[in-house]
Design a protein around this ligand. Sequence first.
Ligand code: SAM
Length: 190
Amino acid sequence: MAIASKGSNRKRATNRVEDVRVLRVGHRPGRDPRLTTHVALTARALGARRLYLHPADPAIAERLAAVRERWGGEFEVEGIQDYRTLLRTWPGTIVHLTMYGLPLDRVIRRIRRDRPVLVVVGGAKVPSALYQMASFNVAVGHEPHSEVAALALTLDRLMGVPGPGPRSGARQWIRPRAHGKSLAERKDAP
Ligand code: SAM
């Protein structure tokens, strides 16, 4: 199914996957809040439905809840203590992003077949179990870079980049402009 919305590249994403979720393993509460916040913001902005965060970190969940309050949508952060059970019981495809894996563009068609898709990103240290439990170990280029970049490119291949306009329940959204900034606000917003 091809989804097209004005100003987005979703038409390009033929056979778009509707339900994509992200698991972030190896978060260090209090140590790298910015990086995990960026993983969460990227997952949300590019259309993932949920971020499972291991270990749980209420500060990140609250930050993303505040973003949702203003910008709308359904995205949530769910802290989990046991990511192995999530992986063992996942009903669709598990994609573990690692520079050691197969090239993204070589496996993307097979990844799309079995849904929902869970995209897993690691932190400073990646448990070896992830390599065994994944349906696919996937590289976005075979050089080390960032979980945020790897996630963004993978979500683009799976769903395309959303176009402009308000999400459900949004209090504000952007009106694209060639120059300057334009922010629309819902009239009855408190
Ligand atoms: N030292 C870790 C290891 O042993 O793999 C990698 C740390 S890297 C900063 C953090 C995460 O970014 C990785 O777990 C992976 O999910 C993602 N990542 C980094 N480079 C990648 C690449 N070339 N392809 C896919 N994912 C990548």
